[in-house]
Design a protein around this ligand. Sequence first.
Ligand SMILES: CC(C)(COP(=O)(O)OP(=O)(O)OC[C@H]1O[C@@H](n2cnc3c(N)ncnc32)[C@H](O)[C@@H]1OP(=O)(O)O)[C@@H](O)C(=O)NCCC(=O)NCCS
Length: 280
Amino acid sequence: MVHRPLRHSLRPLPALHDDWLERISGTLKDPTLDRSHFCREILCEIAYPEYVVNYDTALVDPKIPLGTRLALSTLDPRHVTLEPEYYADCDDEKFQRVKPLLWLWYSFDRLPVGGQNVELGVRFRRLLAPHIFKSVGERFKAFQHVEFSYGYNIECGDDVVVHRHVLLDDRGGIKIGNKVSISDYANIYSHTHSIVDQKDVTNATTVLEDGVRITYHATVFAGVKVGLDSMVGAMAVATKDVRPHHVNVGIPAKSVRVKPNAPNTTPDRLHTSHEREHKS
Ligand SMILES: CC(C)(COP(=O)(O)OP(=O)(O)OC[C@H]1O[C@@H](n2cnc3c(N)ncnc32)[C@H](O)[C@@H]1OP(=O)(O)O)[C@@H](O)C(=O)NCCC(=O)NCCS
């Protein structure tokens, strides 16, 4: 293995980036902000700039194609429904407060200005996260196409990285510690359905402790605690708790080793596959 830290000195970007982000950050600080109007305004500027000035009249202008008027109308989050709004356990008051920012986040990711535009996207999502999550620490980093259930049920520590296309289903709550990394296409669930009656839903808080790495395409089930500094391997399904410092792989995920840097006090410490074979 070669140590390859991320590069930091890329070409400087136009000041427009900072100006736009500062405007968003400043506007979000206003506790009386009409978040739906704000979301619509920002999206209109970056998606349909020609309608910024006459947005309201354009909506009812028969000369503008119906589909265009529909698309314009959906820039306003009050004119769309999101899946969690159909859930019986959704706290409507909390959700309606975060919905405009979730809609802004998702819609930005689908425009040329957003999506794979790393620097702007990471900084933009870092501004939105504290206004959506229950709590979030320093240097939060999310790449494109991350999705949430409620958003308001996420507690997140410092230096958390969430990679592209991750699902954070926080219906029952997700607690994420410091220095946690969640890789591409991973799914973290916190609700489950009865095998008899699909409408019988159990919510359970899922916990990813400090230093956890959930690797690509892995899934963590509702209520599972992934222990300190442990790792869930690619494509694994963690149906039960993962012990601290362990590496769990497969379906259902089972421990294949303890990380070599684990403290000597780590329980069930198995060093080599030879030892594993003789213990199992
Ligand atoms: C979790 C992971 C790091 C484990 O690596 P490791 O500790 O070096 O484990 P090994 O390669 O020695 O594998 C141990 C055993 O588990 C199996 N195994 C390893 N990863 C597996 C996986 N994702 N799914 C199923 N089995 C797996 C191996 O085949 C091996 O089985 P064997 O003992 O029967 O031969 C690695 O498999 C993985 O999933 N990597 C994902 C990519 C990655 O590096 N992510 C981190 C940053 S996003």
